[in-house]
Design a protein around this ligand. Structure first.
Ligand code: GRG
Length: 301
């Protein structure tokens, strides 16, 4: 029986989250810095949709691989994502008090420990890939390199830097256009989502054409995800999102709705989602990823 999008997403979560939940804290159980381990586990446990690990495992399945084979990649992705949120919430960055419905790491553990929790997660992501015994050594090296490129200064970190600079610009009364906003989004949020699908492809041993398709579909899904994030910042509540909303508007930040209007942003979202769906449709088992493309465009938190 064919499931509708939200039932498909629910059924994939029911199947894949237990794999993730069984192992994601394990590496932080033994160590000599208990306060740091506590801070790391606090943020990992705080919830979150686990979008990146699930997309990675589904991408592997989409080309005939197994979710288990991509699990180490999923862990690495969630560690990087969680580190980025901890650091993004710091006073030197977005200065937020609430994340995933709970006080942010620096509010609970202090700034120093929060910085270190992010650093610990960032480095552990690469350790988990380097020691993933289910993957051939050459594949591990390739995955480490892919993730470094997407998460590092050529990707997410670079996007965050452009975003910080953009805020300084807008505070001084200047502005920038859609091309620059797209660049920021492609790097800051898009790169990690794109690489989630590509890492799933590599873990599953996909051929070059399938890998390219998943990479391009991931890029479109990453853009859609960020446009929806901009829209949610404009239209949702703090309770719904588990974090402070309307902050983009309050800071005069450039966003999709600001440049295109809410309707224009919704059209751009539909276009990016449509592009992802048509790319995914060419792959062997695309149903789940297509459902996720719709879910990410329609999400309310
Ligand atoms: C500090 C190096 C560094 C990077 C930060 C990604 C990022 C760069 C900052 C986060 C800012 C932000 C809220 C971006 C919008 C898109 C986004 C990443 C939202 C949060 O991701 P979800 O919705 O979060 O997947 P959960 O909590 O569900 O895991």
């Amino acid at each position: 029986m064919k499931l509708n999008s939200s039932d498909q997403v629910r059924s994939d979560l029911d199947r894949l989250l237990p794999l993730f939940d069984a192992v994601y804290l394990r590496t932080f159980e033994a160590g000599e810095a208990p306060r740091l381990a506590e801070a790391i586990c606090y943020s990992l446990r705080a919830g979150g949709k686990r979008v990146r690990p699930v997309l990675c495992m589904l991408a592997a399945e989409c080309v005939g691989g197994s979710a288990e084979g991509a699990l180490a990649c999923g862990l690495a992705l969630e560690y990087i994502h969680t580190y980025s949120l901890i650091h993004d919430d710091l006073p030197a960055m977005d200065d937020d008090d609430l994340r995933r419905g709970q006080p942010t790491s620096h509010k609970v553990f202090g700034e120093g420990q929060a910085i270190l929790a992010g650093d610990g997660l960032l480095t552990e992501a690469f350790q988990v890939l380097a020691t993933a015994s289910s993957l051939a050594v050459e594949r591990r090296v390739e995955l480490v390199s892919l993730l470094a490129e997407a998460a590092g200064w050529r990707g997410m970190v670079g996007g965050q830097s452009l975003d910080l600079d953009g805020e300084i610009l807008t505070r001084s009364g200047q502005s920038y256009g859609l091309d620059h906003l797209q660049l920021i989004h492609r790097l800051k949020t898009g790169a990690l989502i794109r690489v989630s699908l590509e890492m799933g492809a590599v873990a599953a041993g996909a051929d070059a054409a399938q890998r390219k398709t998943l990479r391009e579909a991931g890029a479109a899904m990453g853009l859609a995800f960020q446009i929806q994030d901009d829209l949610l910042d404009e239209t949702s509540t703090d309770e719904q999102m588990g974090k402070r909303v309307n902050k983009d508007q309050d800071r005069g930040k450039i966003t999709y709705p600001k440049l295109l209007g809410v309707d224009g942003a919704r059209r751009a979202l539909a276009e990016a989602t449509g592009q992802a769906v048509s790319l995914l449709s060419t792959l062997p088992h695309p149903e789940s990823l297509i459902a996720w493309a719709h879910f990410m465009a329609e999400r309310t938190s």
